[in-house]
Design a protein. Structure first.
Lengths: 121, 121
DNA sequence: CAACTGTATGTCATATCCGACATATGTCAA
DNA sequence: TTGACATATGTCGGATATGACATACAGTTG
């Protein structure tokens, strides 16, 4: 978080910690979730492009249809690892995956959510 | 795997399956490992650039020195998730991480390892 | 309507990953 | 040498992710 913003928030009565504080963590957490959602969408897109069912993809990656469904909906029980493994198994290149990971989709709601996450001091 | 290469291998007496075969999986696995190693190196590089100890980084990400050590050596017990989370906690951008994920480091040993992984038919 | 296909959701036992701790190794200075 | 500090390695109980299964839901076809 920028120092100017932090000062403003503190002046408004918000409790803002240091380095490992709530906000920073939630920032990282949010980015992680966004990455997962982006990867999940790619899994679904690639599968549909290949015209195969979740069942078939499941077999391809040695898993089950239900887990593939969770993968594509970015369920909280799925790891980054499995998402990437799935993409690789469908033939995605590291460059493609890197592009997804590195491309931030601008979201308008971000700010509102962030404010909610703050703790009134 | 390219069709030409597959044909060659089969002619030489190697058993080569289809889509979900051993080779493809081990390819994905190898890429995954390579990604992890690249991310691990970045964790170490960023930490050293910030001139902080593993202990301090551990505190920053809510972990322990031993786990940070494993992180930086790409121990098999560390997940992609934790690697990325650590980078984000140190202030890495999605673009930076995406670049690491997407950049393949050419390795000469790859071919030899691949041949070893084949199953004589 | 029923029957079928594809996808989503909930649950569970087990496998994997986690932080934490002890301890080893390595380096440098007193 | 001893001590202090940074990093690596092994282990362990608890937390989380896993594949598998049942089942619900949504289309489509007959």
């Amino acid at each position: 978080m920028k120092a100017s913003k932090k000062k403003k928030l503190e002046a408004a009565g918000w409790k803002v910690g240091s380095a490992a504080d709530f906000l920073e963590l939630s920032d990282a957490e949010e980015m992680l979730v966004n990455m997962k959602v982006a990867l999940a969408k790619k899994v679904k897109a690639m599968r549909q492009e290949k015209k195969i069912t979740q069942q078939q993809l499941a077999k391809l990656i040695g898993s089950s249809q239900s887990r593939v469904a969770k993968l594509e909906t970015a369920d909280r029980s799925v790891s980054m690892e499995l998402l990437i493994r799935s993409l690789l198994s469908m033939g995605a290149t590291r460059a493609q995956i890197g592009s997804i990971v590195g491309t931030r989709k601008t979201k308008k709601v971000a700010k509102a959510k962030k404010k909610k996450a703050l703790v009134k001091g």
